[in-house]
Design a protein around this ligand. Structure first.
Ligand SMILES: Cc1cc2nc3c(=O)[nH]c(=O)nc-3n(C[C@H](O)[C@H](O)[C@H](O)COP(=O)(O)O)c2cc1C
Length: 129
């Protein structure tokens, strides 16, 4: 699990592109988890075989679209908290769906600490002016 800060702005269209590419790559690499973008910060959990998680994290870490990447948690787990890969962000095509509700729906299998991080981050959501 890491947190980072967006560089400049990332539009919902760009989010959708990150989501699409990541879904393809992560499925191929057996990586699951959740990526949240609250318009200012990213919060992501990556779970899967250690080598695969290390490889994708190295790619993500070097991505110029964000900075100040800080690892919050890392370790071996017995069971995945997500089991699939997903991204949640503010989508103007579905303005009525609150980011917090979207995230909550994706956290059904997650433990209390993971839930707290994601719900807290979704709460800090400030839609772009
Ligand atoms: C916040 C953030 C999260 C990302 N998460 C993933 C991810 O989970 N999986 C992934 O493959 N790429 C992710 N990316 C994109 C990677 O940084 C990188 O652009 C991509 O993996 C390159 O894929 P390619 O080698 O297939 O071109 C993310 C990018 C950002 C900015």
């Amino acid at each position: 699990m890491y947190i980072s800060t967006v560089v400049g702005t990332v539009t919902p269209q760009q989010c959708a592109m990150i989501a699409q590419l990541s879904a393809t790559n992560n499925r191929r690499d057996d990586v699951t988890g959740l990526l949240l973008f609250n318009s200012r910060r990213f919060l992501q959990v990556l779970e899967g075989p250690k080598d695969a998680v290390d490889r994708v994290f190295t790619r993500i870490h070097g991505d110029p679209r964000h900075r100040a990447v800080v690892k919050l948690r890392e370790g071996l787990i017995d069971t995945r908290e997500f089991g699939e890969w997903a991204m949640a962000f503010d989508d103007p095509a579905r303005p009525s769906v609150d980011l917090k509700d979207k995230v909550a729906a994706l956290l059904v299998q997650a433990g209390p600490s993971t839930r707290a991080h994601f719900i807290g981050s979704a709460d800090m959501h400030r839609p772009a002016a």
